[in-house]
Design a protein around this ligand. Sequence first.
Ligand code: ZN
Length: 218
Amino acid sequence: MAAGSGAVPCRVNRISGKRQMRVQSMSKYNDDYMITMDDIVREGDPILRKVLDEVNMPPTEEDKAELRCMLQFLKNSQDPEIAGKCNLRAGVGLSANQIGLNKRMFAVYIADEDGEKAYTVFNPKLVSHSISMIYLPQGEGCLSVDRKVDGFVPRYERIKVKAYDLDGNEVLIKLKGYPAIVFQHEMDHLNGIMFYDHINKDNPFALPANTDIRSVYE
Ligand SMILES: [Zn+2]
């Protein structure tokens, strides 16, 4: 999920404080690699419409490094200095297929007045949700969508998600409000669904009838 713009390669590399063990890896997304907008898959690429494969648990070092790399991208994208230098569009969520990987995993990073929330999850499953729904009044954005798409995207107000963390431990994540919206946006990516698939085709600002739905900021 996103808000911003840009697209110029960046040569800034993170300096890791501790020496990393060299792990045999086929993936370029490792702890020494910095994801830029050049790596972000844009709409039209079939991988964004694919139902992605589950990741075998426990995750491999490669899986874990990729997910850490994805989280680091989100943090960088929200750091004004790094984002400015590297032309990163600010993002709060990134799924694996958005960098070309066929794996059910995503990262979320939300920093606001409530503090900092960072998630890196494998194989998330929605176990329950509220009846009530919410939407972002400004609409949703996506790092893979380089255009403004108007319309309301109805999301569950509260969700419970079962997933595996970076260590391969099963976790139950309870979310409400904005973080719940971001999670639903990213979980959709793992199933090949784009946010605008949820927008009413006849009237993009129509809200589902007979449903308790309101702006997330109300
Ligand atoms: Zn997205």
